[in-house]
Every structure is written in C-alpha cells, then in structure tokens.
Design a protein. Structure first.
Length: 276
C-alpha cells in the first residue's frame, strides 16, 4: 500500500463509489490533503470539503497536479467530461470505473494509453467489494500495482486477461449483489408466508446469507461440496433443492448472467457510438 500513499489522487465525480474509495484510502493512511474531488454538485463538494479534501467543479484544475485520475461518473455524461481534458493526462495513470467505457474509447479522446478499466460493485460501500480490472500493454507493472492499491481499499481486486472479460465480470459481480438481494427478498417473503414475523424472517435470512458466504470464503470445500454437506438424504434441504431443480433454477441463473453479459456488451457499443 505504501506506493499509493505517496500519490496525489483526483476523483472526477464524487458520488457513492468515489466516496467509498476515498474513505478506504484515508483509512489505509493516504492523507486527505492528497485527494482532490471535482464534482458539479455544490452539496457534494461541501460535504467532501468537511473531510479536508480539496474540492472543485473545474476538472482541468483538479487533474493538474494529480498522479492518478479516477473517473467515477455516469456513462451518459462521460464524453462531455473527457473531451475538454484531451491531451491533459500525460504522465498520469487513468483509472475508469465508468460502466461500459472501453479503453480504446477513452484513449482516443484523452490521447493516452495509460488506462486501467475497472468494474466495481456496490459492496465496496462497506469495504467488501469485488473489483475486476483490465489494462493493456501501455500500463506498467507499477501502474497495475497502484491501481490494485486504490481499489483494494474497498475489497477484492482481480485482474482479467482480456477486456472482453469485463463484460463477464459485470454479469457475475457487477450485477451480482442484486441477485443475492433478490434471493433474500424471496426467502423473507417465504418466511412470512410460513408464519414468521417479518423482522424475524429478515434477521434469519440476512444472517444465513452472511454465514453461508463466510463459510464459502474460509472453507477448503467448494460451494457445491458445502451444499452437499448440508443436504441430508430425504431431509428438509433436499426437499427444497428438488423444487429448485424442478424449476430449472440453475439453468435460469446461467441464462440470466448471459443476458447481463450481452447487455453489458450492448451498453459498451452504445457508449462508444455516442462518443465518436
């Protein structure tokens, strides 16, 4: 973590994900005075200024002294933010957490290839994120380490071998939290239908999800093995799993993630077309 602590980092966009990364970096020892945030919303700037961060609404001024520039904005405003910064990122590492923004698209506008593309996910807000990263050959090993350190402040970082795999990362972990929330919703509703108070059903469901995840992370056994271990022959768990199997739940999950991947590819193409 020591290398990133000596860097000046600018965030273009001060929303939830930027705030999560900023909080993680400060917790790991980066002085708040080394962080600059540019955001058009005065309320956001005032809130961040209270944390001793440098704040501005001038993107060009914000990046002037930066070693690392993190773009954390909505895809629909990305082109408008990038174009005025053309040619101003020389010597700076660019990290983009903008959904659908391909490296070639960013590079063509900024005139730099020193870009790391990241697909984060929302559990970064509670320091348990899962981030997929990709960089091309213009990014050095030192730059990769810096990018890892920035993202590791809020969770797991995994480098993928091709930019196309970012679409798969989007399907698995980028959108993944919603799948688990969907399962939680369904279990809570089922608990209520079975006679439990909503608060009881919620508490049991959430703790079970947390416990299952912790077991899967810490155990030497695979999730499939862990499932088999708690599925006694002719028992209650088997009765439930058989209903899942009869409804082709596993196949539907495969189809759902394939749909998410396809939509990620489409969004990337739409963003690329809009910027050209």
């Amino acid at each position: 973590m020591s290398a990133v602590l000596n860097c000046n980092i600018t965030f273009i966009g001060g929303g939830n994900m930027a705030q999560a990364l900023i909080g993680g970096l400060i917790a790991r020892g980066l002085p708040a005075t080394r962080i600059t945030v540019s955001d058009p919303v005065e309320k956001v700037r005032l809130m961040l200024a209270e944390k001793d961060l440098h704040v501005t609404d001038d993107n060009a001024a914000a990046i002037r002294d930066a070693d690392i520039v993190v773009f954390a904005v909505k895809p629909q405003v990305f082109a408008g933010i990038l174009k005025p910064l053309k040619g101003q990122l020389e010597g700076k590492l660019v990290i983009s957490i903008v959904a659908g923004a391909e490296i070639s698209t960013i590079a063509s506008i900024l005139e730099t290839g020193r870009i790391v593309r990241v697909m984060p996910n929302t559990p970064a807000l509670v320091q348990t994120g899962a981030h997929g990263l990709f960089a091309n050959e213009a990014v050095t090993a030192q730059d990769r380490e810096l990018a890892s350190q920035v993202l590791a402040s809020t969770g797991l970082t995994i480098w993928v071998n091709s930019e196309a795999q970012i679409d798969a990362v989007t399907a698995v972990s980028g959108s993944g939290p919603a799948y688990f929330f969907y399962m939680m919703e369904s279990m809570i509703r089922a608990g209520k239908n079975l006679g439990l108070d909503e608060k009881v059903a919620t508490a049991l469901t959430l703790q079970t999800a947390l416990g299952a995840a912790q077991m899967a992370i810490t155990s030497a056994s695979s999730p499939a093995e862990l499932r088999r271990n708690v599925t006694s022959p002719n028992g209650t768990t088997q009765a439930a799993i058989e209903v899942f199997d009869h409804a082709h739940i596993s196949q539907n999950i495969q189809a759902a993630l394939a749909a998410a991947q396809k939509r990620s590819q489409e969004l990337a193409q739409e963003l690329s077309d809009s910027i050209k």
